[in-house]
Design a protein around this ligand. Structure first.
Ligand code: FAD
Length: 484
């Protein structure tokens, strides 16, 4: 039974990434009978546990925001409470203007409350330009504006190019001059609407956060890898009677004349009272085309960025690395890698796996960059080693390397994204017993994906509270600190 007392009957969830699994988990709590269809031969989507040189590591997402509750709560519910682990270090660097420089503190996605907060990272001219924010006339945001465009107008391009861009790039692998401020950094969008001076708006955000005395780690990992989360949720779903079918792509989704849905896979035809489509936008477009061409057209327009992660394992003996969890690289500095995570520094559990092995990872590939991802694995390892040598002096030969490619890994949130999502939801709402969730709607971070899954279940259950909560709660899709 749902919260409203309505029976949900048999619900088919399409896609066993973290969104689909979270939906299945919640549906079972509402008394539904659940079948999850997954095209691949494993569950988890962008969450992928792996190993290198005998050390367990994450080969996809590696950290989750803990300042909103969904991901850590789901981990606890799936029995991973004891394994939750904050990063071992909160310091990170930025490789810019020829040196590794400490990542400034006291900013909101790279936007400072004062120019002084960015000293050391920006040039003197860049810092002086920030001061002009206080005297500039208002900069209109309209219904939405690109983060880079707005911040550059207020504080100058250097803040965007050296700080906002690599920080946003770490989340979206996108372009700060295209990414929606309203969707990606809603706190800044709100500040821009209510303040003429952006730095003043940021100081107010910081004062509010201080007054709320938010304590505890901003991010959390899981000993053994974030990749354990979907496995544990899947286990819990199965243990409570849910069915998860891997190697079973949904190929067609049609409404039944008498109500309910018919889902066709390669070999089977399933009948369901309701369906949750929890697959990336291109696959969702394909499934929805027959019954909702409007939603399909909107979903087809969602663009994705591809990237690759290069994981390198070194013998610890004699290895010297800078302190901290790693560094980000602004594109303006013209390097090839866009970030490096010193995984053995960042996560105590990785350091403990084998004290003689140190694990690092780098990432390459931003939205629209195709050349770099066309290179073979050996080449990606070589460019990573070259950039690591220049940034940190690390010259040792790795014991093992692993390249993990994430083609179309991250949906892009350009200006107007919120309006596109509203149109998709409008089309979907016309079809009873259908809901959508996943990274392309309300934020790409793991907690945001889980929240979208819960909202999808609440929509089916006829309980709008979840949807309202989601809208009231600014979408925070940040992740990873200095990681990729
Ligand atoms: C390299 C990388 C690093 C990241 N790092 C972080 C991080 O550190 N922290 C963080 O919070 N976020 C991170 N993210 C973002 C986050 O991991 C993803 O946004 C999130 O996991 C997406 O979950 P999802 O369930 O929406 O989609 P997915 O994980 O893409 O899952 C969708 C599933 O649907 C399946 N599917 C597709 N078509 C069909 C079909 N027709 N029938 C059945 N199944 C189908 C797919 O096989 C897949 O398993 C990262 C993303 C990437 C790519």
């Amino acid at each position: 039974m749902s919260a409203t007392g309505r029976s949900l009957g048999h619900v088919v969830v399409i896609g066993a990434g973290i969104a689909g699994l979270a939906a299945a988990h919640r549906l079972l709590g509402c008394g539904a009978r659940v079948t999850v269809l997954e095209a691949g031969d494993r569950v988890g989507g962008k969450l992928l546990p792996g190993e290198i040189a005998g050390v367990r590591v994450d080969l996809g997402a590696e950290s989750m925001l803990a300042r909103r509750p969904e991901a850590v709560t789901l981990a606890r519910e799936a029995g991973l409470g004891e394994a939750l682990q904050p990063p071992a270090t909160a310091t990170a660097s930025i490789w810019t203007r020829g040196a590794l420089r400490p990542m400034p503190k006291g900013h909101v996605m790279g936007v400072p409350g004062t120019a002084a907060a960015l000293s050391g990272v920006l040039s003197d001219e860049g810092l002086a330009r920030i001061e002009r924010d206080a005297d500039l006339p208002r900069t209109e945001t309209g219904d939405d504006v690109a983060v880079g465009e707005y911040v550059a107008a207020r504080l100058g391009r250097e803040v965007v190019d050296r700080l906002v861009e690599p920080l946003l790039g770490g989340v979206y692998a996108g372009d700060a001059y295209r990414i929606s401020m309203r969707s990606a950094v809603p706190q800044l969008f709100q500040a821009a609407r209510t303040h003429t001076s952006l730095t003043e708006g940021v100081r107010e955000i910081q004062a509010k956060a201080a007054a709320q005395q938010q304590t505890g780690p901003v991010f959390m990992g899981i000993a053994g890898g974030i990749g354990r989360l979907p496995l544990a949720v899947a286990e819990s779903v199965r243990a409570r009677g849910g069915e998860i079918l891997t190697g079973t792509p949904a190929r067609e989704l049609r409404r039944e004349p008498a109500g309910g849905w018919r889902i066709t896979t390669g070999e089977r035809v399933l009948h369901a009272d309701a369906v949750i489509v929890a697959v990336p936008a291109p696959a969702a477009a394909g499934l929805l085309r027959a019954e909702s061409p409007g939603a399909a057209a909107e979903l087809s327009a969602v663009e994705y960025a591809s990237m690759a992660l290069i994981t390198l394992a070194y013998r610890r003996s004699g290895l010297r690395l800078p302190e901290g969890s790693g560094f980000l690289v602004p594109p303006v500095d013209g390097r090839t890698i866009k970030a490096s995570t010193f995984a053995s520094h960042k996560w105590g559990w990785i350091a403990e796996e084998d004290p003689d092995v140190v694990v690092l990872r780098t990432s390459v590939g931003r939205h629209g960059e195709t050349e770099i991802l066309g290179r073979d694995d050996a080449d990606l390892v070589e460019v990573s080693r070259r950039d690591l040598r220049e940034a940190t002096g690390l010259d040792a030969a790795p014991l093992r390397t692993r390249v993990t490619r994430w083609t179309d890994g991250l949906p892009q949130y350009p200006v107007g994204h919120h309006a596109r999502v509203a149109r998709i939801r409008g089309h979907v709402a016309k079809l009873p017993g259908l809901a959508v969730c996943g990274a392309q709607y309300d934020g790409v971070g793991i907690p945001a994906c889980i929240a979208s899954a819960y909202a999808a279940v609440d929509q089916l259950a006829g309980d709008p509270a979840g949807v309202a909560e989601l809208t009231a709660n600014p979408v925070q899709s940040l992740h990873g600190g200095a990681g990729e």
